[in-house]
Write a protein that binds this ligand. Structure first.
Ligand code: FAD
Ligand code: SIN
Length: 520
């Protein structure tokens, strides 16, 4: 059994930031199931929000974030995000991140529901530059031990405390112990048929934490991005994100009849909050019977190939010129606001277990995340977890313990691939942009049946992922069924209004462990 001071699971912005800081105070192991840095951070497009312009201020950023969160943001968590954000971004620049500039000054773009231009960006590949910077620094410092292509399949628990994790590596399960384990495993968008997420976004961290008994929060709130490339007749795999920044720079949406429609739904039209734009597109698609609406970038007064090179190239590969052609788009699952409940130092309800980045839920995004606040969240809170841990003198290594690996019963499916597709379809159908009590009840029943039918887990990563996806999907469906109102990203056709009297609150879910019978 290998022992270190700290284990960080996940090498996106949250994991890289936390691991680097922790390595200044203790032996740190960074585990990721893909290559180092592979994840949502790597593909983030639009940018990172921070109130750094002379006429901006954290107070304005705070107000926009709280407004977008539809009554469920935690004010303290948001205050920390917007106040510490500029400092962390400046440090990132000092470490070597090269953000776009105009005449030597940082260039800020605009995205929906931000009152002003406050998004730092690197073309339309901001996450790649941030990941490159953090990864390069971490490797050149050489203090963090790296374990890539290794999947954490369970947390190691001892008397209610998290003391490490179990890792599936080259077909074997190996144990790693630490005084603190930090989950930075990203989101769960892959549980939906249409999504923007990388293949590894299967909700592992949420499922691991839930199985270990950690409290989860806001599981019903998943954000749908309004604009993913949606070629008529295209497969789910042909979808890719078209950054919101194009609307920030002046792109408009047209329905299948060629008409602009967003001003019928919201006074801010294309720059309305993300949940509003996604729902409006969905309604237009239903009204016209089309599988897409159209993004019109023709009037943007910029060199589009230079400003949005990723999108330009991807559309070109599909035979479309974004400067001349309308681009077919439709919404897709994008970002998980809910997750493992933590305080503002990343502490979960389990001693020894911490969470940061998209896997965590501390109320910073409420019921609907403001664009480009997620990278900032991973940066600010990844750092905070590490600095709080290093401040805590008690966090020195506990002596290694002999904890046996107990495979989780009712694990994966024999027909893993088919069930994954069925799950993705069912989630899209019944827990997608527009939900109803009837559909959600059917979904809960269906997913519960599939869980009962599971067979014990084999030692292959895909089965473990599918098991995690099923667990997360079921928890999301149950939480969405229980919330009988519409708020932020959660829209119920049967309860279309926001109900502050009953629902200005979070739902917290904790697994109930059955007590083994002692017999008599
Ligand atoms: P990730 O970057 O997703 O990293 C997760 C890590 O966990 C990976 O290393 C993965 O291998 C590892 N992992 C997962 N499960 C396991 C396991 N069981 N065992 C071991 N390792 C595991 N946000 C913004 O603020 N601005 C943007 O412009 C923006 N654009 C986006 C564009 C796209 C296409 C997408 C998908 C998201 C975008 N987001 C954006 C959201 C943002 O990118 C993510 O929320 C953020 O990067 C998440 O960072 P993270 O560190 O929490 O996780
Ligand atoms: C985008 O570039 O549109 C995504 C930004 C985000 O998810 O914050």
């Amino acid at each position: 059994m290998t022992s270190v001071d700290f284990i960080v699971i996940g090498s996106g912005i949250a994991g890289l930031t936390a691991a680097r800081e922790l390595s200044h105070g203790g032996e740190t192991l960074l585990i990721s199931k893909g290559a180092l840095g592979e994840g949502a951070t790597q593909v983030a497009q639009g940018g990172i929000a921070a109130a750094m312009r002379k006429d901006d201020s954290p107070t304005f950023h705070y107000a926009d974030t709280i407004r977008a969160g539809a009554g469920l943001c935690d004010p303290e968590a948001v205050r920390i995000l917007v106040e510490e954000g500029p400092l962390r971004v400046r440090e990132l620049i000092e470490l070597g991140a090269i953000f776009d500039r105009v005449d030597g000054e940082l260039d800020f773009t605009r995205e929906a529901a931000h009152g002003q231009r406050r998004i730092l960006h690197v073309g339309d590949a901001t996450g790649r530059e941030i990941g490159r910077t953090l990864g390069t620094v971490l490797q050149s410092e050489g203090k963090v031990k790296l374990l890539s292509h290794a999947m954490v399949v369970d947390l190691m628990m001892d008397n209610g405390r998290c003391v490490g994790c179990w890792v599936l590596q080259d077909g074997e399960i190996l144990g790693y112990q630490a005084s603190a384990v930090i989950l930075a495993t990203g989101g769960c968008g892959q549980i939906f048929r249409y999504n923007t997420n990388p293949k590894g976004a299967t909700g592992d961290g949420i499922a691991l934490a839930y199985r270990a008994g950690a409290a989860l929060q806001d599981m019903e709130f998943i954000q749908f991005h309004p604009t993913t490339f949606a070629k008529p007749g295209g497969t789910p795999d042909s979808r890719f994100l078209i950054t919101e920044a194009v609307r920030g720079e002046g792109a408009v949406l047209r329905n299948d009849e060629g008409q602009r429609f967003m001003s019928r739904y919201h006074p801010d039209a294309e720059l309305a909050p993300r949940d509003v734009v996604a729902r409006s597109i969905f309604q237009e698609m239903q009204r016209t019977g089309a599988g897409q609406v159209w993004l019109d970038m023709r009037e943007i007064p910029l060199d589009l190939a230079a400003r949005f090179p990723t999108i330009y190239a991807k559309c070109k590969a599909e035979g479309l010129d974004i400067g001349k052609d309308l681009i077919p788009v439709a919404p897709a699952a994008h970002y998980m606001m809910g997750g493992v409940k933590t305080d503002v130092c990343g502490q979960t309800s389990i001693p020894g277990l911490y969470a940061g980045g998209e896997v965590a839920c501390l109320g910073v995004h409420g019921a609907n995340r403001l664009a480009s606040n997620s990278l900032l969240d991973g940066l600010v809170y990844g750092y905070r977890i590490a600095s709080a841990l290093l401040r805590n003198a008690q966090m020195k290594l506990h002596p290694p313990r002999n904890v046996p690996f107990v495979p989780f019963a009712n694990s994966a499916f024999s027909t893993n691939a088919e069930l994954r597709l069925a799950l993705q379809d069912a989630m899209w159908e019944w827990a997608g942009i527009s939900r109803s009590g009837e559909g959600l009840a059917r979904l809960v029943a269906q997913l519960s049946d599939w869980q009962v039918l599971c067979e014990p887990r084999g030692a292959d990563p895909e089965s473990c992922e599918t098991q995690n996806m099923l667990q997360v999907g079921l928890l999301m469906a149950q939480a969405a069924l229980a919330r009988t109102e519409s708020r932020g990203s959660h829209y119920r056709e049967d309860f279309p209004l926001r109900d502050d009297e009953h629902w200005s609150r979070h739902q917290v879910i904790v697994r109930v462990f059955s007590v083994p019978s002692t017999g008599s």
